[in-house]
Design a protein around this ligand. Structure first.
Ligand code: 13P
Ligand code: SF4
Length: 311
């Protein structure tokens, strides 16, 4: 039993003992964000994982993020507090079906959102994150045909924004899909002039009301730099922790999902990670990301293209 264990002190002790770095996504619980060495969006977390000289990466995020860290730093031990921390976008795109889709469209390249399995990355040409997708897309010749997966809302947003026609895989994020347009319009009426920041995983009926559409880091930067004193946030609400820490006098309001009375705007996968599980993972160096050498080698190519092209 972990009763009586001073988790924060023990995590710090084990971190030193193991020569570990703790990386956390903005959707993690506040107590995890607060003890992490670095908190970031998917692209920044990938860069940190590729550059760290720690021996162990304790990844507080979801599995595809920890797998990315392992692929970019194969000699490191990468632990994830809960191996069940998946992602609905990953689930929407089984590698065998993705391989068949590619085969059916041999003249298309696969531009693939990082929210997917290592096996799907291994079948892709270039990986993108929400913060790098447009920069990368702009470097691909206009006559090049493109498959974009697995997030159809990010793909659709990019297609509308750039005027490019891409073949979209029909995946969605269950969290961003749930944001309610009715609740958002109610909030806008209650807070006249409050700007809206939305993640591109949101469906078009949310994105069309947004003043900023961007990655978690872009949303955070917008919220902090906006002169407005109230900001409406259409992404997973744990990011509001960073906003409140940096700007305690501003008001950040998370847009509700569903009928406004559910917790469905929170990511159930991200929520699986806890301080207790992080402590156990550092103690036992388990659960650990293990991938076949073939998949790692193949998945590394499109991930390195991403890091290069993202600038
Ligand atoms: P970011 O790259 O914006 O951090 O997005 C990660 C994610 O899973 C959003 O749901
Ligand atoms: Fe996946 Fe959505 Fe959770 Fe992000 S918020 S990890 S896209 S399920």
């Amino acid at each position: 039993s972990l009763k009586g264990v001073d988790l924060l002190a023990e995590i710090q002790r084990l971190k030193r003992e193991r020569n570990a770095v703790i990386l956390a996504h903005y959707y993690q619980k506040p107590e995890i964000q607060d003890l992490a060495d670095f908190v970031g969006d998917s692209l920044d977390l990938s860069r940190k994982a590729a550059a760290t000289d720690a021996e162990v990466i304790a990844f507080c995020g979801v599995r595809f993020m920890a797998e990315t860290a392992k692929i970019l730093s194969p000699e490191k031990t990468v632990i994830l507090p809960d191996m069940e921390a998946g992602c609905s976008l990953e689930d929407s795109c089984p590698p065998d079906q993705f391989a068949a889709f590619r085969k059916a469209h041999p003249d298309h390249i696969a531009l693939t959102y990082i929210n997917c399995s290592a096996a799907v990355k291994a079948l892709s040409d270039i990986i993108v994150t929400s913060s790098s997708a447009q920069t990368i897309l702009d470097q691909i010749p206009l006559d090049q045909k493109i498959i974009f997966g697995p997030d159809r809302h990010l793909g659709g947003y990019l297609a509308r924004k750039t005027g490019r026609d891409m073949l979209l895989w029909p995946g969605i994020c269950i969290v961003h899909q749930a944001f309610s347009e009715t609740e958002l319009l109610k909030l806008k009426a209650e807070h006249p002039g409050a700007p809206v920041a939305a993640h591109p995983e949101c469906p078009p009926h949310i994105v069309e009301h947004a003043d900023l559409v961007g990655s978690t880091r872009a949303i955070l930067e917008f919220a902090l730099s906006s002169p407005a004193d109230t900001i409406l946030v259409a992404t997973e609400p744990h990011i509001i922790h960073q906003m409140e820490k940096a700007a305690p006098n501003k008001r950040f309001i998370g847009v509700p999902g569903g009928d406004g009375n559910c917790n469905c705007n929170m990511c159930p996968y991200m929520a699986l990670n806890t301080l207790e599980k992080l402590y156990v993972a550092l103690r036992d160096l388990q659960p650990r990301i293990e991938l076949s050498p073939e998949v790692m080698k193949a998945a590394r190519v499109p991930l390195e293209r991403m890091l290069e092209m993202a600038g």
